[in-house]
Design a binder for this molecule. Structure first.
Ligand SMILES: [Cu+2]
Length: 113
């Protein structure tokens, strides 16, 4: 997850000059919303591996705008082990992420096609 954070920071700096909307978002986040730590982000990707013992799923995800993440393959914790039963390796999925910083938790997974 450290790599994820470094990449996200780099993307944020690289795009801040080009996007005034981004600066506005940051202003709102710092001044207004106290619930920003619990915001939900949405991603799409491909299931690479599933670990039902540790309740993790490895997803090769596309860029996630809400988190300023670029595309990468990484492991996510899931909020409920049942989420892992509805998918299999190789599936195209869309998913919801909840939480803050570098370790959001997957709260929903849906097949994407
Ligand atoms: Cu990532």
């Amino acid at each position: 997850m450290k790599n994820c954070f470094i990449v996200a920071s780099f993307v944020a700096f690289a795009t801040v000059g080009a996007s005034s909307a981004f600066a506005a978002d940051m202003g709102n986040m710092n001044m207004g919303k106290s619930d920003s730590a619990e915001k939900v982000a949405h991603g799409v990707g491909v299931v690479k591996d599933i670990d039902t013992k540790q309740n993790t799923i490895i997803l090769s995800h596309q860029p996630i705008k809400e988190l300023n993440w670029s595309a990468m393959t990484m492991a996510f914790k899931v909020s409920d082990e049942k989420l892992l039963k509805g998918v299999k390796v190789g599936d195209q999925v869309s998913f919801d992420l909840k939480g803050s910083g570098m370790s959001p938790v997957v709260t929903a997974i849906r097949p994407a096609r």
